[in-house]
Design a protein around this ligand. Sequence first.
Ligand code: PMM
Length: 294
Amino acid sequence: MTDLVRAQAPVVMGVLNVTPDSFSDGGRYADLDAAVAHGVRLVSDGAHLVDVGGESTRPGADRVDAQTEAARVLPVIRELVAAGVVVSIDTSRARVAEAALAAGAAVVNDVSGGLADPDMSRVVRDAGCPWVLMHWRGHSRGMREFAHYTDVVTDVRDELAQRVDAALAIGVAAARIVVDPGLGFAKTAEHNWQLTARLPELLALGFPLLFGASRKSYLGRLLVDPDGAPRPTAGRETATAATSLLAVAAGAWGVRVHDVLGTADALAVWRASGRPRLATDRAGLHEDDTEGDR
Ligand code: PMM
């Protein structure tokens, strides 16, 4: 699975929430057969791996206990793995991650970046699996209160660097670490846009970067109707694909999306056009500087 982390192609992670209350797909895949069929469908649409989650992380959500979380995800993981699907487990609990890895999951996607459970780093280290460390400041219930930054991009970069250092210190291999800015987690819409615009500053950490904008509410607020009402989640797919394309063109390693087909199509266009990289303002400034020197 380290191959996946080192993969050159942008990686598409399909989202499979087996929760009754996730913000965009809650309740839809609570039934085992429906969940497995959807996971297989995500792969046929172009996902490289399927991210299975059993606890909603939408802002304000209450926590479920570890047993409930495990009971939701484990049967789905077992069946998806049996069907040949590469699975990541979306959890911030070490016990759930451990059980998911034993059931065949290959990657741990931890929205808390190792902060929520002190045992997580040991579980990941011992399993030798890739670990997505997302930027996080607190559980969903209170995270809006934590959306205060001096400069969101440098603060997120520095806090991610601390999470990476903690992972390395306990013996997690650098080659297995993926970072994620955690769009919408203790972030306002403006914070999310700044993180998108200044992705190269996060890429400078030197780790593959996963970008998860899919269907998030700041896209709904961008696409307001004439009365000012945010676009419902079902109408945010084109904006999600556009955002995924921007992230990949800026150098992101992968994107986490619900509608895999839309993003896979956008990335096919990007590949066919020679994988153009976004010219950043920073690069432009360098060119100007060079001109001035001559
Ligand atoms: N977002 C959600 C859940 N898990 N994991 C990572 N690594 N990055 C994210 O941005 C992320 C995540 C929330 O979205 P969902 O409820 O639709 O899964």
